[in-house]
Design a protein around this ligand. Structure first.
Ligand code: ADP
Ligand code: MG
Length: 371
């Protein structure tokens, strides 16, 4: 069990937690992280750069019959899962609420109702415990999480964040302060494209893991699907999805599903890795970081590694459980903000569904917002 931490008067010493065999320096802040931007209720506990607990309750099964995340269903699931998930995380970390030094929460971007549940819970915990509250940007958290696995973040670095809701190419100068958006999707997100193509093929929801599995037996060069917007750092996947739909219509009754999956997947990961490597070169950055649910894709990981090796770049990809939405990433960013001495958010911080990536931490109420 950890030594008790007296807030404001850090107790030094070391202990080993069940989740982390590494020695833990108890003089570092113990941060509770809460993530509810989409369909995962994530609660993580981090001390400094050490992961102590990462509990996730997903409502993904409740959305499966709709073929996509239903916001109201997700919000209600967060409400039911919040307190039990916090309890599980505390148990796993072997700490109590009284040990928590700071609370961090995803303030945006994401589904408004889903975000509200996490933000309200985080405010309640921070107020009750009398600890600082950091309302953080979901995308910055996807970047910061890598420190839990691979140590201090190389800054500047290039980050490709690809999930069901985002496809962003970011120049990360300082994850606590400055993230420059270089490109994003102009239509569907990468994960959304995987989900829609899987639906066309009757592979269920979420589609990414199923397409990834099927593609292993297919030929990525079997069908020449389009690569859109080659000159830009923005990406577009809607035309690719339509090309797959047209191809399926034309080959009704005789569909080599594995080849379709492999060729579609190749088009997505080819575009993402080509642009990422080009951006690294143009901005003189030596490290590329992948994050978001699509970063769990085996072909994206392999091709990114191959192209980074060829270009002399270092690739950093967190393990799949840290790529999909989770609370540990929020706690990791909170710990980094605390360490950097960044002022916490006020207790009236809003849930901001369209929080810009240039804003790492939420400040006061939105203009025109009334509590
Ligand atoms: P969000 O819930 O905000 O979409 P997640 O980080 O939970 O973000 O990512 C979920 C998305 O990742 C889904 O669109 C899913 O299909 C996709 N995904 C998960 N695993 C894979 C994979 N192996 N290959 C491709 N896409 C994947
Ligand atoms: Mg999700």
């Amino acid at each position: 069990m950890p030594a008790a931490v007296t807030r404001g008067a850090a107790v030094t010493g070391a202990w080993r937690s069940a989740a982390s065999p590494r020695l833990v320096d108890v003089s570092e802040p113990l941060v509770l992280g809460i993530e509810t931007s989409c369909d995962e209720t994530g609660v993580g506990i981090v001390r400094g750069r050490t992961l102590l607990a990462d509990e996730v309750a997903s409502s993904v099964a409740e959305h499966a019959r709709f073929g996509g995340v239903v916001p109201e269903v997700a919000s209600r699931a967060h409400l039911e899962a919040m307190v039990p998930t916090v309890r599980r995380a505390l148990d796993t970390a072997g700490v109590t609420l009284r040990d928590i030094d700071a609370v961090a929460v995803t303030a945006g971007p994401g589904l408004a109702g889903a975000l509200l549940v996490g933000v309200a819970a985080a405010k309640a915990y921070a107020l009750a415990l009398d600890v600082p509250l950091y309302g953080v940007n979901h995308l910055a958290a996807h970047v910061a999480v890598d420190v839990l696995e691979h140590g201090p973040l190389p800054e500047p670095c290039l980050a490709v964040l690809v999930s069901g809701g985002h496809s962003s190419l970011l120049l990360v100068q300082d994850v606590t302060d400055t993230m420059v958006p270089l490109g994003q999707t102009v239509d569907d997100a990468a994960g959304e494209a995987f989900d829609k193509v899987a639906r066309l093929l009757g592979l269920g929801f979420p589609g990414g893991p199923a397409v990834d599995r099927m593609a292993k037996d297919g030929d990525p060069a079997a069908i020449a699907f389009p690569r859109a917007m080659p000159q830009s750092y923005d990406v577009s996947f809607a035309g690719l999805k339509t090309a797959v739909a047209r191809w399926l219509e034309a080959h009704r009754g005789d569909v080599p599903v594995a080849d379709v999956c492999a060729s579609f997947q190749e088009a997505v990961v080819d575009v993402l890795t080509t642009k990422a490597v080009r951006a690294c070169r143009e901005y003189g950055v030596g490290h590329l970081l992948l994050g978001g649910g699509v970063a769990a894709n085996s072909r994206l990981r392999a091709l990114a590694q191959q192209r980074c090796d060829a270009a002399g770049l270092v690739l950093r990809v967190p393990r799949p459980a840290l790529c999909t939405d989770n609370g540990a990433m929020v706690a990791a960013l909170g710990a980094r903000l605390a360490d950097a001495g960044v002022a916490p958010s006020p207790l009236d911080l809003p849930a901001d569904s369209s929080m810009p990536v240039t804003q790492v931490i939420a400040r006061g109420a939105l203009p025109g917002w009334h509590s």
